[in-house]
Design a protein. Structure first.
Lengths: 287, 315
């Protein structure tokens, strides 16, 4: 029983992090109708950025998150403005391919620049735990979870209430109408993609504190983000949070009861099952 | 014009078939790889190019074909040909079992579901005893590169002939109709589910045969290399670069990209991968319908061809 409680806690803490990973993917998918297969690669880049900030400049990974997010936002904005805006109206398959090409490019660049070694961000409090009765909560994971929830709820409020958030939602609903009301689509698309990549960067920084980063983590993280976006739906960050928690708990349970190698099988199995049973997602609407 | 094209094709195949007699060992080995990749691209062309279902999971068929040959030859000590048939049976069974639910999905959903399946296969095969778990299997060596080369060439010719035949028969028209408008095709009496599953299976048959030849040639396979996800990327990029939904485009794309990547990787090792990524990005922007379309339309439009593509899809 204690073990089960511990596994559930681990799953929930992991799930919060998963939610932030998926948040940017869901946003870009919902608004631009691009499934960004390079999303995981941007998470990886964010992780490396945080690692460098911590290792060479001594900036705490959690305090460094805004820097990582802003730099990644800039990268995303420029990429959308300079490259992806050129194909945003192309058929679905071409947008998939171009982001796949980006993922390959980013992975190889990362391999050349950072080598294939594992990196972990290890601040002084990385090893400390909070004991809650029989259950142990690792400090870094709890902090990552806290940031993840704040980011998700913040994103939800931003989309609901800010001027830019409304413009983004309007564009997602109807591009022509949004244009008539003065939305500049090139800029707005770039802002949306930038925010998505900024979130991916922040997720990468968090990921680096709880797990290992290497140039090849991108593809798996993209697939997981996609699974979460499918479960949670594209129109509401809170749905994505639920999706992340569901996947985190399922994965933790699988690793305990079936075997460590089946963790990924479980998440992709869930993805395929959800797609087959309810192609429109479990919660809310999807594209 | 038609006669000229067919004569050229026959000459090209004859020259390719003669390569083991005048080419070096390195050239023959490169040739086997390029031919097998061309088979994969052509196999993908059936489901991705003609039917319009962007499968990111064809590597599963390739892996099943490899393991079919390996299990038959190592565990049951059967001849290579039986192993090839076993691999094809596995691939067709997979196409029917998983194709039925997965082919109901459309667009992004289908692409990612197949990608997820491809990822899951590595973990599943790693836990199967008869497949050697995650250690893999070692096949009896057969040191005869020219034989593997000719087998690969025959397979590629067979795959291309099949695709050509598809463009002439009712079944092929049905697939194109599904790609253009699935509801419309269903209304016109096309049994879309059956057609899609058959296209998926047919594409799987060729991929599995390519995997079988590759396994016997390399004589060693483990789950990670047999079900290598990046193989999907390669075959799709080659097919799309050459021209999806055309008979010769995928073969052309496979040869051109294999050649360039071979030259690059002999210079700088990691440059080949980077190059693949960049080619995809540039190709999607400037020639989204591939080399075949470029060659057809470049004569009339000239350099404006690229600008026209750019204008069509940007915002």
């Amino acid at each position: 029983m204690d073990l089960l409680a511990q596994i559930l806690i681990n799953g929930i803490l992991l799930g919060g992090l998963y939610a932030v990973m998926a948040l940017g993917l869901a946003l870009v998918w919902g608004v631009l109708n691009i499934v960004n297969l390079a999303h995981g690669a941007f998470i990886m880049l964010g992780g490396y950025l945080s690692w460098h900030l911590y290792t060479y400049l001594g900036i705490d990974p959690f305090l460094g998150l805004p820097i990582t997010a802003v730099v990644m936002f800039g990268l995303g904005y420029c990429l959308q403005r300079g490259v992806l805006n050129l194909i945003v109206r192309a058929p679905m398959f071409n947008t998939l391919l171009i982001t796949f090409g980006l993922e390959v490019v980013l992975t190889y660049l990362a391999q050349m620049a950072f080598s294939a070694d594992f990196r972990t961000i290890n601040p002084s409090y990385a090893g400390s735990n909070i004991a809650l009765g029989p259950v142990v909560i690792p400090m870094a994971r709890l902090m990552a979870f806290g940031v993840a929830v704040v980011l998700t709820v913040g994103m939800w409020l931003f989309l609901l209430h800010s001027r830019l958030g409304r413009a983004i939602r309007a564009t997602a609903q109807n591009l022509v109408a949004a244009r008539l009301y003065g939305v500049e689509p090139r800029h707005l698309y770039a802002m949306t993609f930038g925010i998505g990549i900024g979130l991916a960067g922040a997720a990468g920084g968090l990921y680096g504190t709880v797990s290992q980063i290497d140039p090849y983590i991108g593809a798996t993280l993209t697939a997981k983000s996609f699974a979460i976006a499918i479960i949670g739906g594209l129109d509401n960050p809170l749905g994505v949070l639920v999706g992340g928690l569901v996947l985190g708990i399922i994965e933790s349970l699988t690793v305990l009861y079936i075997g460590a190698t089946f963790g990924d099988v479980a998440s992709f199995g869930v993805l395929v099952l959800v797609l087959i049973v309810r192609p429109s997602g479990l919660l809310g609407k999807t594209a | 014009m038609k006669a000229l094209v067919s004569i050229l094709l026959v000459v090209a195949v004859a020259v390719l078939a003669a390569v083991p007699w005048f080419g070096s060992d390195v050239l023959v080995q490169f040739g086997i790889n390029a031919l097998l990749l061309a088979v994969l691209a052509q196999g993908w062309n059936i489901i991705g190019g003609y039917t319009g279902y962007a499968s990111f999971g064809n590597s599963v068929f390739y892996g099943l074909g490899s393991y079919g040959v390996a299990i038959a030859m190592v565990q049951w000590e059967l001849p290579f040909a039986v192993g090839m048939i076993f691999g094809v049976v596995l691939a067709v069974a997979f196409a029917f079992l998983l194709g039925l639910p997965v082919l109901r999905l459309k667009g992004h959903y289908f692409a990612i579901a197949t990608l997820a399946l491809a990822q899951v296969m590595i973990a599943i095969v790693s836990n199967i005893g008869i497949a050697g778990q995650n250690i893999g299997l070692v096949l009896p060596p057969l040191n005869n590169d020219p034989l593997f080369y000719e087998l690969s060439l025959i397979l590629l010719v067979a795959a291309t002939a099949t695709v050509f035949w598809l463009t002439r028969i009712r079944f092929g028209f049905g697939l194109i109709a599904i790609r253009e408008n699935e509801e419309g095709a269903a209304v016109m009496g096309v049994n879309t589910t059956l057609y899609k599953v058959l296209a998926f299976a047919l594409s799987g048959v060729f991929s599995a045969l390519a995997g079988g030849i590759h396994a016997y040639w390399i004589t060693f396979l483990d789950p990670a290399s047999a079900f290598d996800i990046s193989l999907n990327v390669k075959m799709i990029i080659m097919a799309v670069f050459g021209g999806p939904g055309t008979v010769l485009g995928p073969v052309l794309g496979a040869f051109v990209l294999s050649g360039v990547s071979e030259v690059l990787s002999s210079e700088v090792t990691s440059a080949a991968g980077l190059f693949f990524g960049l080619v995809v990005v540039v190709a999607v922007i400037f020639m989204p319908r591939g080399l075949a379309d470029l060659m057809r339309r470049f004569r009339t439009s000239g350099w404006r061809y690229f600008a026209e593509n750019l204008r069509a899809h940007r915002i």
